[in-house]
Structures are given as C-alpha cells and as structure tokens.
Design a protein around this ligand. Structure first.
Ligand code: SF4
Length: 153
C-alpha cells in the first residue's frame, strides 16, 4: 500500500474537523512566495522601514489636511488600517520584494508582496522540492477561486 503524502494526511485531518465540507472545498498550498527563491525578505524590510512606510504616512497626512473629510477620508482610513498590518508582516518576514512575479493580468506584482501569494513565475527555494514531495504544481490563486466558485453538479 502506498504511503500517503503529508498533503493527503493534512486534507484528511481538515476534513475530519469540518463535517459537511467536501474535499473539493479544501485547498492545501505547498507553493507560495514563502518558498520561492525570488522572495526577498530583507530587501522588503529595508524598503518598508526606510522609505515606503514614511512616504505612505506623509501622503496620508497630506490627504487628511486637504480633504474635507479630514482623518475620515477613506484613503486615510485605508492607510491607517494598512500600516500596522504591514508592520506586522514585515516584522514576521511575511513581506517580501519580488522583481519577477506577475499578477494575473501580466503586470509585475509591484514593490511588495505577501508571503502567501503565488504566481506563475514560482521557482522553488532551496529545500522547497523536498518539502513538496514531488507534488504537481499548485493552482494559482485565481485558478483556485475559479474552482471554488464553479457550480457543483
Ligand atoms: S510573486 Fe511569484 S515569483 Fe515572486 S516570490 Fe511570489 S511566487 Fe515567486
């Protein structure tokens, strides 16, 4: 009898804790920016703490001064929400820079990317293939969404 992969074992454990949830609703990720060789955590920390964070705050302050809504301007609220979240991600190493990653429309991912993202340019970091046990490629986020939303017969 063939041994089960860790992915299969994890799927079984999840299903046992989620009665009524079908296997088609379970998505286990073995690939993401977190184990891609293009994900640069230290570069992101430097860029975030030295430049981007201050620039975002300065821009939000300018908007708050100029907007009739002041601090309640949605753009200011969005920055206020985003700053602590990104601080935490940067601190935990879950924020990275990537110069080759692409969004579904083909545009580059931009200066920062969260570790849970995955794009078609994924290239396994050292050890990633061992941890993945030769699994086939994971579905991209947009493919997963498509699968989860497709009508069930
Ligand atoms: S965006 Fe794509 S290429 Fe960049 S780190 Fe993430 S998976 Fe790798």
């Amino acid at each position: 009898m063939a041994l089960k992969t860790s992915k299969e074992l994890l799927a079984e454990a999840l299903l046992s804790k989620l009665p009524g949830v079908g296997i088609e609703r379970i998505a286990i990720r073995t690939q993401g920016c977190w184990n891609c060789r293009n994900f640069r955590v230290e570069k992101a920390k430097d860029l975030w703490w030295d430049h981007a964070r201050g620039a975002l705050l300065a821009n939000a302050t300018k908007i708050a001064i100029e907007s009739p809504l002041g601090e309640k301007d949605p753009r200011v609220v969005a920055v206020r929400h985003m700053i602590p979240l990104t601080d935490k991600k940067a601190h935990l190493g879950e924020l990275g820079c990537c110069s080759v990653g692409k969004q579904p429309d083909g545009a580059l991912v931009g200066d920062f990317i969260f570790s849970t993202y995955l794009c078609g340019q994924w290239s396994g970091a050292e050890g990633a293939s061992v941890a993945r046990e030769g699994e086939k490629a994971d579905a991209l986020p947009e493919e997963l969404l498509e699968r989860l939303h497709e009508p069930k017969i």
